[in-house]
Design a binder for this molecule. Structure first.
Ligand code: PGA
Length: 255
């Protein structure tokens, strides 16, 4: 089994209320404290971050679902990586498909965001993955390579030492369709191979590559049993404390 610490993120997207966010955060933190060998992270909506950080009190990483590619200035509606860090956040999602495909974020923009996240001291979780059309055209591995090369352009191995990569096939997100463990493992090998070429093999072996796309309490253990799958980025199932707790259990089997 790989010596990488399992990483499990809960991406709450645009869900929860002030009350349910704190309740869920408290439950996740209690569970996560019992599993210090798993890096557990939650990504609540921006307005709830500060209160969530306080409730979690270091029991888990708390991060933004996005950050700006800019440092400060006239960027209405955006949140900088520095602001996230000032709130006590320790991580950030970069390039989630709902931003790449929903909002047209390019690899060039994501590369800048990655730099901002690193400068702010955050653990960046860079999301990559192909659409159904790209998969059916046989381009899965090419797309993963292109997205990694685009986002990592200009960033040194040293700067990227905390990088986590989330492989999230777009067709599996929120659809109930999960990639098979074999498919996911193959894509993860492509991520590692690409990182090995961009940097070197030692660097690549240290980077955690997690799977996202309809991970749930039932399929998590099967996915995480593969050596290549260092954990998960979980959307829908991270909104139920009991389900997410079961997924933490599944990730802990790797630790
Ligand atoms: P899902 O979302 O688990 O609801 O498919 C995963 C994600 O978007 O990160």
């Amino acid at each position: 089994m790989a010596q990488r610490t399992p990483f499990l993120g809960g991406n709450w997207k645009m869900n929860t209320t002030p009350a349910t966010a704190l309740e869920l955060a408290a439950a996740v933190a209690t569970k996560a404290r019992a599993f210090p060998r798993v890096d557990v992270a939650i990504y609540p909506p921006f307005p709830f971050l500060q209160a969530t950080v306080a409730v979690v009190a270091g029991g888990a990483l708390v991060g933004g679902q996005d950050c700006s590619s800019e440092i400060a200035g006239a960027f209405t509606g955006q949140t900088s990586a520095g602001m996230l860090a000032d709130l006590g956040c320790t991580s950030v999602l970069i390039g989630h498909s709902e931003r790449r495909h929903g909002l047209g974020e390019t690899d060039a923009v994501l590369s800048k965001k990655l730099g901002r996240a690193i400068d702010a001291g955050l653990v960046p979780v860079l999301c990559v993955g192909e659409t159904l059309v790209e998969r059916e055209a046989g381009n899965t591995h090419e797309i993963i390579g292109l997205q990694l090369r685009g986002a990592l352009a200009g960033h040194s191995a040293e700067a990227m030492s905390r990088l986590v990569v989330a492989y999230e096939p777009v067709w599996a997100i929120g659809t109930g369709r999960t990639a098979t463990p074999d498919d996911a493992a193959e894509a993860h090998r492509t991520v590692h191979r690409t990182l090995g070429v961009l940097y070197d093999v030692r660097f690549s072996e240290r980077v955690r590559v997690i799977y996202g796309g309809s991970v749930n309490a039932k399929n998590a253990a099967d996915l995480f049993s593969r050596e290549e799958i260092d954990g998960g980025l979980v959307g829908g199932a991270s909104l139920q404390a009991a389900d997410f707790a079961a997924i933490i259990d599944a990730a802990s089997l790797r630790a």
